[in-house]
Design a protein around this ligand. Structure first.
Ligand code: ADP
Length: 395
């Protein structure tokens, strides 16, 4: 089935048009500066990229621009919008309502709206993308795929926070976790690469701009590092990961920050950017680390915290069969992968440094005789969204 995948942000919208079986990508692109002026970048494999300034006061014009370029006689890939069998939307927060993807109807929209307080930055934008598609292509089925859904199998001891229980009961405060679509894809591939054993324990490391780990037993998440929101876990590009809440009170008192300002610091100015003062991009940190102590410290901190999570999840699962690296850093940085696995021999992790010298393709990089397999698996969230969308639409 030919599926259009939409990932709508507040001022941008990414799209990909692909075949759900086999995953062939026909076209993909990006609408930027929605609500400001509007720019479209459209990419078709084997052709030159098309860039156009198109007014996009709202997401409606952005979706219209995407459909127009898709059927454009020169730059397009289809002759009619009817060739789009369905639209799959990436939605950040599904709260407790969604344990799987779902067909978008009025009830689904209401449930996504109810999750806005849990995902205040993303869910409203995701909804704008959905509503624009409903308006512009009313007869095309739409599906919502949630970043949180794959994590909903966590047991209570993993998702409950040790605060008064009423906040869980009345206000849905609990660990949700994110990057679920990516963890689902790579952990399933890892289980395949292990030879589909009846039982498996996988640690999935999604290391990108935002990063999270998931512990996956027999294909089901039992723990993950992000929490109620994506700020939790270990340090990322610009996010702090877990911090002692006392820091908030202390700094807000000293500098008079509002909670909004404080959270902006933790979301946008922290992580490896905050420690290094150099960059949130690990390539810049790698380049700077030799002559810059703080850049080196930022990398040390990141590696140390990821390593601690791997140890914690191995303990939580009572062992591990495979560790998977994915996303920008996980797929591309051999040094970070190597340093994360260094010293884990005691738990049966032995990486083959030579095999580890690959970038961006599936590989088993464990040394001969390593009890634990180390895999690199490029993530493919779009394929997961396309497959879910096709499956739900066939039903
Ligand atoms: P997003 O979370 O935005 O999807 P990605 O998964 O694409 O992010 O990851 C982007 C990050 O991956 C970059 O910010 C950069 O830090 C990192 N990255 C990409 N290539 C490399 C590389 N060769 N070495 C180290 N880090 C890399």
């Amino acid at each position: 089935m030919k599926i259009l995948i939409i990932n709508a942000g507040s001022s941008s919208l990414k799209y990909q048009f692909m075949e759900s079986e086999g995953g062939e990508v026909f076209a993909k692109g990006l609408c930027e500066r929605i609500g400001i002026d509007g720019r479209l970048t459209h990419k078709v494999p084997g052709r030159e990229d098309v860039k156009r300034d198109i007014p996009m006061p709202t997401h409606n014009e952005a979706i219209q621009a995407v459909l127009d370029i898709m059927v454009d006689p020169v730059n397009g890939v289809i002759s009619s919008v009817d060739e789009i069998a369905a639209v799959g939307h990436r939605v950040l927060h599904g709260g407790m309502a969604f344990t799987a993807s779902c067909i978008i109807d009025d009830a689904c929209i209401e449930a996504i709206k109810k999750c806005i307080p849990l995902g205040p930055l993303h869910n409203p934008a995701n909804l704008m993308g959905i509503e624009a598609c409903q308006k512009i292509m009313p007869s095309t089925p739409q599906v919502a795929v949630f970043d949180t859904a794959f994590h909903m199998t966590m047991p209570p001891k993993a998702y409950i926070y040790a605060i008064p229980y009423e906040y869980y009961e009345k206000d849905d405060v609990r660990r949700y976790g994110f990057h679920g679509t990516s963890h689902r894809y790579v952990s399933a591939r890892a289980i395949d690469m292990l030879g589909n054993p009846e039982h498996s324990k996988v640690i999935s490391c999604h290391l990108g701009n935002g990063s999270s780990l998931a512990a996956v037993v027999d294909g089901k998440v039992v723990d993950t590092s992000m929490g109620l929101g994506p700020l939790a876990g270990f340090p990322m590009g610009t996010r702090s990961g877990d911090v002692d809440p006392t820091i908030l009170e202390y700094l807000m008192g000293r500098y008079g920050y509002s909670i909004k300002e404080m959270l902006n610091i933790l979301n946008k100015k922290s992580g490896v950017l905050g420690i290094s003062g150099v960059s949130s991009d690990f390539r810049d940190l790698d380049a700077a680390a030799a002559g810059n102590e703080r850049a080196a410290l930022a990398l040390d901190k990141f590696i140390y915290e990821v390593k601690k999570y791997i140890g914690a999840y191995a303990a939580a699962m009572g062992g591990v069969d495979a560790i998977v690296f994915t996303a920008g850093i996980g797929e591309n940085s051999k040094d970070l992968r190597y340093r994360i696995c260094e010293g884990l021999d005691y738990m049966g992790v032995k990486m083959d440094a030579e095999k580890n010298s690959v970038r961006g393709k599936e590989a088993d990089v464990s040394a001969a005789g390593s009890k634990v397999k180390v895999f690199i698996i490029p993530t493919n969230e779009e394929l997961m969204i396309a497959m879910d969308t096709a499956e739900l639409c066939k039903k």
